[in-house]
Design a protein around this ligand. Structure first.
Ligand SMILES: Cc1cc2nc3c(=O)[nH]c(=O)nc-3n(C[C@H](O)[C@H](O)[C@H](O)COP(=O)(O)OP(=O)(O)OC[C@H]3O[C@@H](n4cnc5c(N)ncnc54)[C@H](O)[C@@H]3O)c2cc1C
Length: 464
């Protein structure tokens, strides 16, 4: 079907004002936060429906004519999850689905997928409630995107990732059927757990049009601290020891020296630029427990030889530290023309090996690797920086070798950004042939014409 016919049909369904068809505007959808090499296929149109019924009509039409559809939040994904692979793709934006209804009686919130995560956190806080998942992008990424990638973040070390808070979903399937799975019940084992199947499915199985989120009471208080170390091994040792010390930090972030320097240059936060590694830690809970928790962590850090320890005196000071930490990615962007990033994770007792291997590979390939991450859950973000074509080749080799290592120690190549198009080469190696086949069979059962975000997660393996 040609673009003009697709545009006309979308206008008839969603209204002319809700369909973008100008080339100049459509170019924007080629980009996401990760994209460097842009797709050669401009989408046929971008549509912004207002209801699940309109989404249903769009998918029914797309399915009938085998037209690809990519659901879209804010495009802040980091694994090339929204890359357009085929001609005449429809971009389906959820920007009109911004409802947020907090229900304090059931400790839940019913939200639209287009609501920004920070808005949900703020609405929950008005009722003394807490929505914990906090990807560093939470001030602009949408909850639909968070659900579709099972987004993690800083506080996941204590509170878990997005999936722990998704109680129910409304989903429009590729054939246009609208289903509801899960709900407000605390317990529900009627049938397979489809709710969790859609979480992390990266828009490959359907369009999420409503989400029921679990909320918890706000912790009474929190305390942030910074610990700097003269070598990476001591910092890694401190992380493992803290995790089994009986205190569960609400945040435990790691930064290596190139990262500390980059962030300090960008934010002038007073970070110790000579330290080999730094931990940013927060504890939360009842106010009368905070000093005790902080002291236990301080004792572990001192025992492991911390060269600098500082506890934030005020909430304002702590906020400044977390804002600086959230600048990590943009601070590193300035350090080289190109970079390869990632989100691997290792079992927490292998964190030291994970960090050592990165340093070793950086030296082997002569490439600068900056590393930060949610160290308390073994999840790091290596940033492999390069400028030239020769360095590019070495950077790719470095990342491949690192991913192979991560798999060999029982880790995962993606802890929170998803497979997208970036991690497809590692799927079989990590999951094994049989498990991968089950996943592809599920995709084919729900989306037999492969219209939903085609290419994402399975690439060409879908045709094997
Ligand atoms: C500076 C920076 C920091 C980041 N920090 C973190 C972090 O700490 N932790 C983390 O996990 N991620 C992080 N991210 C990655 C990113 O923000 C998350 O993946 C986020 O969940 C994407 O949300 P989005 O609204 O931008 O979705 P998009 O990027 O638009 O889409 C992401 C995926 O979700 C699908 N999708 C979107 N909406 C729907 C829907 N309604 N139904 C079905 N599928 C849908 C899309 O098709 C796509 O596959 C960061 C990104 C940046 C740029």
């Amino acid at each position: 079907m040609d673009s003009a016919s697709i545009v006309n049909k979308l206008r008839a369904i969603a209204g002319a004002g809700n369909v973008v068809s100008d080339r100049e505007e459509l170019v924007c959808y080629l980009f996401n936060a990760r994209s460097r090499e842009l797709s050669e296929h401009l989408p046929a149109a971008a549509v912004q429906p207002h209801s699940a019924e309109e989404v249903s009509e769009i998918l029914r039409f797309a399915n009938e004519h085998a037209i690809p559809v990519i659901p879209r939040g804010q495009g802040s994904c980091l694994s090339d999850n929204t890359t357009i692979m085929r001609e005449q793709t429809i971009i389906l934006s959820l920007s009109n689905f911004r409802k947020i209804e907090v229900d304090p009686q059931t400790l839940t919130a019913v939200v639209g997928p287009g609501a920004v995560t920070a808005e949900i956190k703020a609405a929950a806080a008005e009722h003394g409630l807490f929505y914990p998942p906090d990807p560093a992008s939470f001030t602009y990424s949408t909850i639909g995107g968070n659900v579709a990638t099972d987004a993690g973040g800083l506080q996941c070390v204590k509170y878990g990732t997005t999936k722990s808070y998704v109680a129910g979903l409304q989903v429009v399937l590729p054939n246009g059927e609208i289903i509801r799975c899960g709900g407000k019940c605390i317990k529900d084992v009627t049938g397979y757990n489809l709710t969790q199947l859609f979480v992390g499915s990266e828009g490959t199985l359907g369009v999420v049009t409503e989400i029921i989120l679990k909320l918890i009471p706000q912790p009474e208080g929190k305390k942030a601290m910074l610990a700097a170390f003269a070598d990476v091994d001591s910092a890694a040792g401190a992380i493992s020891r803290i995790m089994v010390s009986g205190v569960v930090p609400s945040i435990m972030e790691f930064m290596d020296n190139p990262l500390i320097r980059a962030v300090e240059e960008a934010t002038q936060s007073g970070f110790p630029v000579d330290a080999a590694a730094m931990l940013l830690i927060e504890v939360d809970g009842a106010r009368n427990t905070l000093d005790d928790q902080a002291n236990k962590i301080r004792a572990v850090c001192e025992e492991l030889g911390a060269v600098h320890l500082h506890i934030a005196a005020t909430d304002e000071e702590a906020k400044h530290v977390w804002d600086a930490r959230r600048m990590s990615l943009s601070a590193l962007y300035k350090k080289a023309r190109h970079r390869l990033s990632g989100d691997p994770a290792a079992p927490i007792d292998r964190l030291g090996d994970e960090l050592r291997k990165l340093q070793e590979l950086g030296e082997k390939y002569g490439i600068i690797v900056g590393c930060y991450g949610h160290a308390g859950d073994g999840n790091v973000h290596p940033c492999i920086l390069f400028d030239t074509d020769d360095e590019r080749e070495r950077a790719h080799k470095l990342r491949s070798e690192f991913h192979e290592f991560i798999i060999s120690i029982g880790g995962t190549v993606s802890a929170e950004h998803g497979v997208g198009h970036e991690k497809i080469p590692y799927m079989e190696r990590q999951l094994g042939k049989a498990q991968l086949k089950v996943m592809i069979d599920v995709k084919k059962a729900i989306d037999p014409k492969n219209i939903m975000n085609p290419g994402c997660m399975f690439g060409e393996m879908i045709h094997e």
